[in-house]
Design a protein around this ligand. Structure first.
Ligand code: C5P
Length: 306
């Protein structure tokens, strides 16, 4: 019997290093980043044959607000790219069950796109190679290829040229979420504005961070977290500075704005420390909501197919 429905689970990410080079003529920036996939997951279900033609998109779950359900959603764009490449009609209903914060700097939209690629591949028995999936993913956004593979990886170029990074151990995170997101292009523009007149060098991988990831000791890693977008995110959202300070006061091993923000990620020593910090942050009154996660975890993966 042909498959009629596929569900793919896909994680969020944090950037352990996000080093941003000068703005290029195409508007993008050369990046060197270290991604870690973490245990906050969206689920994307793609079903065949429930409607006559086209793509019908719905969003469910705890993070629905602000997710487009029209052709501007990256899952629709993913389906269109695949339809063109393989010269097939893709008539499906897609449901995104969202838990990854929207516009939170954790690649939620990119994660859904990666999940859609994996789901459509399975549903239409396309047998895409990793390279084919990667090529479609990188046309959709700089973070999409990483969410296909997950784990820990170094991203270069726009962030889409990946090499696996060696990492030992499990890292526990406390995430301070904001109810209002930040626009990634706006944060990059603010970064350019803040750096006007400065001589910005080519970004380099942090060898110290790569060494620290081999020790499996979060206190080594915590000290080396770096995000060049953090001043820009804090400039657009000054409350983030206070959140970073409060987390550090309460003993976080490292504190960083995740990607373009506004989520703030705190590295903690273990689950218990995470629980303590989460309670302290909630009680401080400066954080909207708090969640916990661990990484690294696997990338987009089929969890149901029938
Ligand atoms: O690639 P993606 O669509 O995720 O990028 C969103 C925005 O982030 C881009 O429009 C651009 O403003 C900015 N960006 C950048 N340099 C990168 C990646 C993203 O300037 N390497």
């Amino acid at each position: 019997m042909p498959i009629k429905s596929v569900t793919v689970r896909v994680p969020a990410k944090v950037n352990l290093q996000l080093s941003v080079g000068p703005r290029e003529s195409d508007g993008y920036h050369q990046l060197v980043t270290v991604f870690q996939a973490i245990s906050i997951f969206d689920e994307v279900t793609v079903k065949i044959g429930e409607q006559a033609s086209g793509i019908n998109l719905t969003v469910s779950g705890d993070q629905v607000h602000g997710v487009p359900t029209d052709a501007s959603n990256l899952v629709v764009k993913a389906a269109e790219l695949i339809a063109n490449k393989f010269e097939i009609d893709i008539d499906v209903s897609i449901d995104i069950k969202k838990s990854i914060p929207v516009a939170g700097g954790m690649a939620g939209g990119s994660a859904d796109a990666a999940a859609a690629i994996v789901a459509i591949d399975e549903l239409y028995s396309l047998d895409m190679t990793r390279e084919e999936m990667h090529s479609i993913a990188s046309q959709l956004g700089s973070d999409v290829p990483f969410l296909l593979s997950g784990g820990t990886a170094i991203g270069q170029g726009r962030g889409d040229q990946l090499t696996a990074a060696l990492s030992r151990g499990t890292y526990h995170w406390v995430l301070a979420l904001s109810s209002v997101g930040l626009s990634t292009p706006a944060v990059y523009s603010e970064c350019d504005r803040l750096r006007q007149g400065l001589d910005i060098s080519e970004p380099q991988i942090s060898d110290a961070l790569m060494q620290a990831l081999l020790t499996a000791d979060p206190s080594n890693v915590g000290k080396l977290l770096v995000n060049d977008l953090q001043p820009a995110a804090c400039s657009l959202r000054p409350a983030l500075r206070l959140i970073l300070d409060v987390g550090q006061e309460y003993g976080a091993l490292g504190a960083i704005v995740s990607g373009s923000g506004p989520t703030v990620a705190f590295l903690v020593s273990d689950e218990e420390h995470g629980l303590d910090l989460a309670v302290a942050l909630s009680a401080s009154g400066v954080v909207g909501s708090v969640t916990r996660a661990f990484g690294p975890v696997h990338g987009a993966k089929v969890i149901e197919s029938h």
